[in-house]
Ligand binder design. Structure first.
Ligand SMILES: Nc1ncnc2c1ncn2[C@@H]1O[C@H](COP(=O)(O)OP(=O)(O)OP(=O)(O)O)[C@@H](O)[C@H]1O
Ligand SMILES: [Mg+2]
Length: 327
């Protein structure tokens, strides 16, 4: 099955072409037109600006992805597109493009939940998932732990009570004068920071649940005096410890055989190492997407669609939903 996938939920316009079915896929093309520079001067994403840029970029990017993936329109079996969550104006650009092309080309269109996409980014490496699976989606807008006992079932077991981890990284970067996006900048200067110079709390770490709180941590950073590199070091330590400890508490409780992390913050080297160490200790299979598939991309949306739709070959224009999230 060959799929054209579109992702425009926030500030990256992304289009991918995938070939596969079930839980296997080959990415034939994966393009991301980043709006990072456009929003940098505002210190964050401006929704109206993001939608307008998506509108300018989406069709040329689709054309380029089909060319790079060597996929003729007649060979497309389905179009996948992110439907939610995200910025409304941004999502509308992708959904309108997908529906328009689906109607014109007579191809089925599959709506995909963005967070499922971040989980399915883990499938792009071709590794086999053994269930139960516990996933941590940690990104600019979310930090959630999801339990999957069987394919297609996603149970929310815990998450942030306030800010997402990525949002906290972005705000700490702003406090330290490091610009936007914050995650990579904080993690870069943390490399020169020293352990023990700064002490930050680990909110909720001892509570018997799978929830997080990052807003207090972010506020604590604004009150600190010290070298930005030392602050960044300790902040990154705190976030990595908090995320990993709750994730592995869930792994233990649900006797997970596989643990997966996805979303932009999963690109953080310190978090990846912390999670890898714990997975090895507990003898749980670990899946972490390649760096380029942690932040927003359409390949993960195509993968999520493919996992649910191997029967769509030859279908005509129709709206399908690969969006089922149960709790
Ligand atoms: N190396 C890194 N370390 C820490 N955080 C990072 C790193 N790279 C990216 N991030 C953070 O990841 C976030 C972007 O991730 P992503 O693109 O998945 O988020 P989003 O799509 O905006 O949010 P959501 O997926 O919740 O809708 C930003 O907050 C960014 O600071
Ligand atoms: Mg995202």
């Amino acid at each position: 099955m060959k799929i054209l996938a579109i992702e425009t939920s926030c500030d990256d316009t992304s289009v991918a072409v995938l070939k596969g079915g079930g839980e296997r896929a080959l990415v034939l093309a994966s393009l991301v037109a980043s709006q990072e520079k456009l929003h940098a001067r505002f210190g964050g994403v401006v929704p109206e600006v993001a939608s307008r840029r998506h509108l300018e970029t989406i069709y040329p990017l689709i054309e380029l992805a089909l060319k790079k993936g060597k996929l003729a329109v007649v060979k497309i079996d389905a179009i996948a597109v992110t439907t939610n969550p995200g910025l409304l104006g941004s999502l509308l650009v992708g959904v309108s493009a997908a529906k328009t092309l689906g109607y014109l080309w007579n191809k089925p269109v599959i709506g995909v939940n963005h967070l499922l996409g971040h989980i399915y980014a883990g499938w792009l490496g071709g590794e086999k998932v053994e269930y139960p699976l516990v996933s941590l989606v940690t990104s600019g807008g979310h930090s959630e732990i999801i339990l999957t006992k069987h394919t297609g079932e996603y149970i929310y077991v815990g998450g942030t009570r306030d800010d997402a981890a990525g949002e906290a990284f972005d705000k700490v970067a702003r406090t330290l004068g490091l610009g936007y996006p914050g995650g990579p900048a904080v993690s870069k200067i943390a490399q020169t920071g020293k352990r023990g110079k700064i002490k930050l709390p680990r909110p909720m770490i001892d509570e018997n649940n799978f929830d997080f709180s990052f807003s207090g941590l972010k506020t604590a950073v604004t009150r600190l005096n010290g070298k930005p590199a030392d602050i960044a070091y300790e902040f990154q330590e705190a976030v990595a410890e908090l995320l990993a400890s709750k994730l592995f508490a869930a792994v233990e409780k649900y006797r997970a055989k596989t643990v997966l992390i996805g979303g932009g913050v999963a690109a953080n080297r310190r978090l990846r190492d912390e999670v890898a160490g714990l997975a090895e200790k507990r003898k749980v299979k670990l899946i972490i997407p390649e760096f380029k598939y942690c932040t927003d991309n359409a390949a993960m949306i195509g993968m999520a669609a493919l996992s649910r739709t191997s029967s769509l070959k030859g279908e005509k224009y129709k709206w399908y939903n690969a969006n089922v999230v149960t709790d």
